[in-house]
Design a protein around this ligand. Sequence first.
Ligand code: HEC
Ligand code: HEC
Length: 454
Amino acid sequence: MSLRCRWSLAAATAAALTGVGLTGSAADEEFPALVKRLQGEKPKFADRQQKLLAERYDLADRAAKGATMSRGKPVQGGVRVKLPAGTTWESLAAMTPDQVREKGAWPAGFLPLPHPHHEAGGMIFPRFAIDDTKKQTDRDVSRFDLDHDFDAHKHLLPEFPAAIFLTTRPDLGDVSKGQLVTSDNFERLFKHILNPKQLEGLRLLVTPFPQQQFNATEDRRSLKASLGVACFDCHANGHTNAATHTVGDIRPNEHRHRIDTPSLRGVNVQRLFGSQRALKTVEDFTEFEQRAAYFDGIPADAARKGTNVLDRGSQVHFMGEFQALLDFPPAPKLDVFGKLDPAKATDSEKRGQDVFFGKGRCATCHIPPYYTDNQMHNLKVERFFKEVTVNGRKASADGPIKTFPLRGIKDSPPYLHDDRCLTLDDTVEFFNLVLGLKLTAEEKADLVAFLLAL
Ligand code: HEC
Ligand code: HEC
């Protein structure tokens, strides 16, 4: 069997396993031809995604009054999900899930959001992260076939680079010094505040390793052969830069969720990892990311593209240890129970807290002080709509999803596992419908004020 022929077979096997047709693979195609073809198709899929975003959301740059993220980026305000013609948020809340489904009245922005090019999938980084990484490390993590769909709407993404707070040194505040932490500067920034073991963990977290789209095979999506990606290329500064991906666990491809990079802040207090995978430790997830998630859950691809098997007793442990130092950002209005200090909170925030723990029932799942119950819950959002395939993603039942913690939540838009909610106001409308709460306009506004204080 010639080398070329064996290679095609591997690509075909991978395609069969992923459920992706051979259109996105390099079978029987030389690399320059693959690049040319996918670059030719790129504008078509980019336009399709931008059209979808514009149909579903108000994407305007409109800051919420007086609300900023930890290093000062304005938080976007207002409900951004568009209503179907002839409905209001009140009229929707008055209907049963069956009525909403029968009338086709479920706002499209509350359907699963497809990956920027769902059929192709894979890791995709926002432009500002690509540029800063290149400037510091000479590594290029751009794809020739695809750009991040929020590049033109970066006001809706987390601040970059994000602040870093350490559980061990709260006295220092943000230790990032406003810089993106990479292989270039981590030693300089951290050598005096970490022990050598933690520093080695951080080194591994900023070191690139091969991944499905970024590697040295001709079945890659980087123009030049790539050393791979680093954990912190997505979990930038231990937080998130909203790099996105299609989840590895689900087949066929149309059912795979778009997944937003979760913040690693506060992994120390959490007990389940991954939106659905429910791995039990940070160490398990660290190992799993590189062995499986990096290669879409295809062991053959991991072997072919060069998986970096980490040693559990030393490397994984060190990486886990550093991750467990990443604290939530300060919330000056919260007391030691994680509730509002009445002397510091506004009336609206206090009313919002009452809704959160009372009529809104949010605290059933989001329990203080970190506002998570470390559980999975099936919100059964599919009660509200008929199955429909949009841009290659089949909107159907999502199944149980992890209760993400709400401490520091204003720092990590867009929201939900797949970025479908752009603002906290959107998440309040979402839960108002999904939980059948019938909140008033004032209660919703107060709830948002409370979420901003967490
Ligand atoms: C595409 C960018 C990307 C890269 C690179 C990446 N991750 Fe992740 N990470 C994600 C996404 C997306 C999830 C959510 C997965 C899911 O929902 O199943 C995640 C989840 C996690 C979680 C669980 C967080 C939680 O709240 O449940 C941990 C821990 C983690 N990653 C650590 C790492 C480590 C360690 C590395 C490097 C070996 C790494 N990640 C590399 C995107 C990335
Ligand atoms: C039955 C449990 C449950 C209740 C009750 C609940 N949530 Fe959640 N919450 C979840 C789950 C599960 C997710 C993740 C859903 C997803 O990603 O699809 C979530 C996600 C969120 C997020 C986005 C988190 C992120 O990191 O993107 C916000 C904000 C939120 N909830 C606010 C609320 C508010 C406000 C209420 C009350 C009105 C509420 N939740 C009630 C379980 C619950």
